[in-house]
Design a protein around this ligand. Structure first.
Ligand code: SF4
Length: 370
């Protein structure tokens, strides 16, 4: 097994852009953790005894868990699976949870990579997003993590926020760089209907940025970070050499993973499972839903994830996994994009140049098998 994922669905406050599954009822934390331990036991055979190479606590807000709770889940998993070769154990954290004492506890629990949800280093932008922290708190959280001994830190940033591009975006990028983090995830704001921004947009009180601004900001992010030595290795991800996110890369490369917790997904190489997206129903033991992936589903998934990475599609892998007929069809569909420069062929790998990742969806759609 490549990855083990724990989903902690609680948040103290709901961010204006977020449509992830989450709950604000923190009173259910103990019951939730007990249910997650039960799920670990129930799925001890998943998926066939492979060793765990990466572990990831996502959410929601995993930093609302005590270090003891984190350690409890990791220790339990280590009794059930071979975690002795785990290369990366990440925890997503909100900046205002990261006290020196808490950070020390996380290190002792076995967390070696922190993903800090900064989103912006501009207080007005953070306020509009309804984040819990200020820019100063975010910077201090990164410094505190470094003082505690974390040497692998990623921060999340959001661009495409109406009214906060240009200099504000550049200042946020500069602030992240000046803190000396090893990895930055920069996501374009998506205005989803079931969010505060979505509801404001429906009332005509909020407008997403237009395509031209999107592209300008995307290129600002791309150039600023790559000029600072970061590799733009996936649509939204930038890393200093040696610091790519291993857990996420496993998803992108079709590796197996087990997801524990409400709304968590799992993949055993053939079948995808997803747990019920409700804390109450998860605690009550409602079963996961499953979907058997056809060869075509797997091919389309491979195309979609591979074209979002700098490595792109390995044509030899396509031939080996999906057959030469599919490869031939894909090459035909790819020809006009190769000609226009939207795709490059480097030694049998078809890849979207990173500075054009923003328009990769059109290429992906063209190469899909319908
Ligand atoms: S963005 Fe993160 S912290 Fe904010 S509501 Fe969504 S899951 Fe919670």
């Amino acid at each position: 097994m490549a990855g083990l994922y724990f989903h902690i669905p609680f948040c103290k406050r709901v961010c204006a852009y977020c449509d992830f599954y989450k709950s604000a009822d923190l009173r259910r934390m103990d019951d939730l953790l007990a249910a997650m331990h039960r799920e670990l036991d129930d799925r001890r055979g998943y998926p066939g005894g492979e060793a765990v190479t990466t572990r990831y606590f996502g959410g929601g807000t995993p930093s609302l868990c005590t270090p003891e709770a984190i350690r409890g889940l990791l220790d339990h998993a280590a009794q059930l699976f071979d975690c002795s070769g785990a290369e990366e154990t990440t925890l997503e954290a909100n900046p205002d949870d990261l006290t020196a004492e808490y950070l020390g506890g996380l290190l002792e629990a076995g967390i070696d990579r922190l993903s800090i949800g900064v989103q912006s280093f501009d207080d007005d932008c953070l306020k509009l997003m309804n984040r819990r922290h200020t820019a100063a708190q975010a910077a201090e959280a990164v410094r505190a993590a470094q003082r505690a001994g974390f040497g692998n830190i990623t921060v999340d940033l959001i661009f495409g926020m109406p009214g906060f591009g240009g200099d504000t975006l550049r200042r946020s990028l500069d602030a992240a760089l000046s803190l000396g983090v090893q990895h930055i995830s920069a996501y374009h704001l998506t205005v989803e209907p079931d969010t505060a921004f979505g509801r404001r947009a429906a009332r005509g009180e909020f407008r997403a940025v237009d395509e031209q601004i999107s592209e300008t900001e995307f290129l600002t992010v791309h150039h600023t970070l790559t000029e600072a030595g970061f590799e733009h290795y996936e649509v939204s991800n930038f890393a200093l050499p040696g610091f790519r996110a291993r857990h996420n890369a496993a998803y992108w490369h079709g590796a197996k993973y087990l997801g524990i917790g409400p709304a968590a997904h799992s993949f055993d190489g053939e079948e995808r499972h997803w747990n019920v997206g409700s804390v109450e129903r998860y605690i009550a033991g409602d079963p996961a839903e499953r979907e058997l992936l056809t060869n075509r589903d797997r091919f389309n998934e491979y195309v979609m994830t591979a074209l979002r990475t700098a490595e792109g599609i390995d044509t030899r892998e396509v031939a080996a996994r999906f057959g030469t007929k599919r490869l031939e069809r894909m090459r035909e569909e790819a020809a006009p994009y190769l000609q226009s420069g939207a795709l490059r062929d480097a030694g049998g790998r078809l890849a979207v140049p990173p500075e054009r990742f923003l328009i990769s969806d059109a290429v992906i759609e063209a190469l899909f098998e319908t």
